[in-house]
Design a protein around this ligand. Structure first.
Ligand SMILES: NC(=O)c1ccc[n+]([C@@H]2O[C@H](COP(=O)([O-])OP(=O)(O)OC[C@H]3O[C@@H](n4cnc5c(N)ncnc54)[C@H](OP(=O)(O)O)[C@@H]3O)[C@@H](O)[C@H]2O)c1
Length: 333
């Protein structure tokens, strides 16, 4: 939806004249008035508000087609309304997809706990969000996801300081180029620890946190991969593909157990193709080679995946997106 202000006042700005206040988009730093159509969200309400609004003198009238709202901002406000002030845990929030997701959720007004080993980077991101005037907040926590004690301590801290987790974004993940016939066990173990075990421990702890607070509308989103559905003929990526195929099975298993428990908590797997992040650098341990690999096509950005997360979270509560595969148009595999 692209709504434009008749007065041609700044784009990315929602204009409401009496009886509404004129405010800027919550996603860009300021709050809407209580009466603003966008805050309450929804096409139907917007129609009604425009109608009510137009009861004021002709010079102040607006039409729906003539309100200007940044498209992303509108979606963020309308569909993310029910998540404002709620707690999301994003694992691997120091760089890449996790950092972009954390930032987007803070922009949408959520209280985001971001964890990683490089906690200083999350602290920088938190300062950036604050400076931008986002309505949510980013709380950094240091956590090495290969250590169960670290994970449990993090959940205990979240319980103590923020009551618990309503949304879990299981994002942290990595690949080591260790083929099945010659790879190092340490590389396989690290992939299993982060991509599979930490993801499962976090899902269990998040569910228990929701259950003890009677939160029945929570959401667990697992960052999977196209490699969770296809085995590419790249020997160094076979074990990684094994861990991501496991994520496919675990997400569906989670959905089934939640259903069995008569819960309305949702489980989603998001499976991206190539995304421009540090992932390839870390995998290849060679920045130039990683750049060469990524330069062969126009890749997805971390922001594209953050928008996907908002789309999945923003779906109406009775809608469960189980799997979402997202590739760059130019990706062959
Ligand atoms: N980039 C792609 O092309 C692509 C494609 C498909 C799927 N994915 C998936 O998307 C997710 C995010 O990947 P990305 O591209 O954003 O990768 P990235 O840029 O390499 O970031 C990985 C994140 O995981 C964290 N992490 C790794 N090991 C950790 C540990 N032991 N403890 C805590 N945090 C740890 C890192 O934080 P610290 O190093 O600070 O701890 C970092 O924040 C992964 O699950 C990946 O498999 C990526």
């Amino acid at each position: 939806m692209n709504l434009a202000c008749e007065d041609e006042i700044a784009p990315k700005t929602v204009i409401n004249k009496r009886p509404f206040q004129r405010t800027t988009c919550v996603c860009h730093g300021e709050s809407y008035s209580e009466n603003s159509p966008a805050q309450r969200g929804g096409e139907e309400r917007l129609d009604r508000d425009v109608q009510r609004h137009n009861e004021v003198p002709a010079a102040h009238q607006i039409s729906k087609a003539s309100i200007h709202v940044d498209e992303t901002a509108y979606r963020c406000i309308a569909v993310m309304d029910r998540w404002r002030g709620r707690v999301a845990l994003v694992t691997g929030a120091s760089v890449g997809i996790g950092a972009a997701v954390a930032k987007e959720l803070v922009r949408c007004g959520m209280k985001v706990v971001g964890c990683a080993r490089n906690v200083d980077k999350i602290q920088e991101l938190a300062a950036e969000c604050k400076k931008a005037g986002y309505t949510g907040v980013l709380v950094p926590i240091k956590c090495d996801l290969t250590k169960e004690d670290d994970i449990l301590a993090m959940f205990a801290t979240i319980k103590q300081q923020h009551k618990g987790v309503d949304v879990l974004i299981n994002n942290a993940g990595l690949a080591h180029p260790d083929p099945l016939l010659s790879g190092k066990t340490s590389g396989w173990r690290n992939m299993l620890d982060v991509n599979v075990l930490a993801l499962s421990i976090c899902a269990r702890e998040a569910y228990q946190s929701m259950k003890e607070r009677n939160v029945d509308d929570g959401h667990i989103i697992n960052l999977n991969s196209v490699a969770g559905h296809v085995v590419h003929p790249i020997s160094g990526a076979h074990f990684y593909a094994g861990t991501k195929h496991t994520v496919t099975a675990l997400t569906e298993g989670l959905r089934q157990e939640l259903h069995e428990a008569k819960s309305h908590i949702r489980a989603t797997s998001i499976s991206p193709g190539f995304v421009e992040t540090e992932f390839a650098d870390r995998y290849l341990q060679d920045k130039n080679l990683a750049q060469q690999m990524l330069s062969q096509q126009k890749n997805l950005t971390a922001g594209d995946i953050a928008e996907t997360v908002v789309y999945v979270l923003g779906a109406p509560p009775h809608v469960q997106i189980g799997e979402l595969l997202i590739r760059p148009v130019e990706q062959q595999m």
